[in-house]
Design a protein around this ligand. Structure first.
Ligand code: LCS
Length: 402
């Protein structure tokens, strides 16, 4: 009988299906679009759900299923649905849970395209959204309406790292007859498992920490019960935004080292955040592992670590920040996060540009904010790179006004 460990590092290696064809230790890549039926009757039975088996890869595929079962177990859910990207996962959740006339309460700070999706496409379909600072639980409570079907939170939020109290949020959602959906991308199940605090649906951009190697775009939705799973599966099958077998294999391989990577991401980010906080050319730093983070205590309660993402602002405004980003020698100037390499980007002109300045200002995403995804390099090398770049940024401050 399969030994079920409760230790996360063991789960990263063994979670999900363990018996593969031919005794393969690692899930084989079933790179096929379709599956042969033994007979016409067999095909009909599979379609009718009278027999278990595979039909067509948009519906299910053994390599994809191996990854889905692994992530579902890591999150403590019932089953999962692998998607083509994080945005495909979010679209699947919205399509499965919302209809015209429904109302959504969403964190004012979430990944830019999530905000835009709600305020444009979903609004066009007749779904209204109220964006609210979900770290303010009273504000969340007063935003709920009789037709609110979903409370959507990202915690820590991209890019400010604002934290939402998941237990309080789930209590508010449930007492209003709504469901709590949590984007858990920034921490991964290694550091936060929203179902433990009452969430109804959890989703990820697996492009980030779950895969961890910056070589795949993928997403996943995890649900708690069979009924929801069956409904979501039908919706995903109709929308069509499924993950493919090869990317499933790569993400599954990445997950084997999730525990180790997250530990190192947290350690490195803590060192870098403390360094930045003391630096005279840094205006402010937001990182859940710093006592100066307004929700440090909450992070200690609901997270098993601070995560690997830091946001900060350089003295001297946009120009100084730009000069700093153009002077990097090790950290790479690129969007995305959660990979083994350190990445830096400027949300106002990049990941959150689609929101528009007004919405960014209202949400507290300043024009000078820089986001750093700390990799697993030696932290001394990351700091040396930042030190040189910050010194370069000083030149814009010291330059005489023309
Ligand atoms: N959720 C969060 C929290 C994200 O950060 C992202 C992407 C998504 C969902 C969407 O996932 P995707 O479709 O890209 O797999 N965040 C990005 C970022 O901050 N920079 O580039 C992508």
């Amino acid at each position: 009988m399969k030994h079920k460990s409760t230790n996360f590092e063991t789960k990263c290696i063994h979670a999900g299906i363990s018996d593969y064809e031919f005794g393969s230790v690692i899930p084989p890549i079933y790179q096929t679009s379709t599956f042969k039926f033994e007979s016409a009757e067999h095909g009909a039975n599979l379609f009718a759900g009278k027999q278990k088996g595979y039909i067509y890869t948009r519906m299910t595929n053994p390599t994809v299923e191996a990854l889905e079962d692994c992530v579902a177990e890591l999150e403590g859910g019932y089953k999962a649905l692998g998607c083509a990207s994080g945005m495909a996962a979010i679209n699947t959740v919205f399509a499965a849970m919302l209809k015209a006339g429904d109302h959504v309460v969403c964190s004012s700070i979430v990944y830019g395209p999530t905000t835009t999706l709600l305020s444009t496409i979903m609004a066009g379909f007749g779904v209204e959204t109220t964006f609210v600072d979900t770290s303010d639980i009273e504000a969340v409570k007063s935003s709920m309406r009789p037709n609110t079907k979903m409370l959507y939170v990202e915690t820590p939020a991209n890019p400010t790292l604002t934290i939402t109290d998941l237990k309080a949020a789930s209590e508010i959602a449930h007492s209003s007859g709504a469901k709590l959906v949590v984007d858990n991308t920034f921490l991964s199940p290694a550091l936060q498992r929203p179902f433990e605090f009452g969430a109804d649906v959890v989703l990820h951009s697996m492009t980030k920490f779950l895969n961890g190697h910056a070589d795949v775009v993928a997403g996943i939705v995890i649900v708690k019960d069979e009924e929801t799973y069956k409904h979501f599966r039908k919706v995903l099958n109709q929308l069509g935004g499924v993950i493919d077998p090869f990317n499933s294999f790569l993400v599954h391989r990445g997950i084997k080292t999730l525990y180790l990577r997250m530990k190192k991401h947290c350690e490195n980010a803590q060192i870098v955040a403390e360094y930045l906080e003391k630096h005279p050319l840094v205006k402010w730093v937001s990182f859940p592992g710093l006592k100066s983070h307004p929700q440090y205590e909450l992070a200690q309660k609901q997270q098993d670590g601070p995560g690997g993402v830091i946001s900060f602002e350089v003295e001297g405004g946009y120009e100084a920040g730009e000069r700093m980003m153009n002077s990097l020698t090790l950290c790479q100037l690129a969007v995305s996060l959660g990979g083994i390499e350190t990445l830096i980007q400027h949300p106002a002109s990049m990941t959150h540009a689609s929101m528009g300045k007004e919405a960014r200002m209202a949400a507290g995403i300043s024009e000078g904010l820089v986001r750093l995804s700390v990799g697993i390099e030696n932290p001394k090398d990351i700091i040396t790179c930042l030190e040189t770049a910050l010194e370069e940024s000083r030149k814009t401050i010291d330059a005489p006004a023309v």
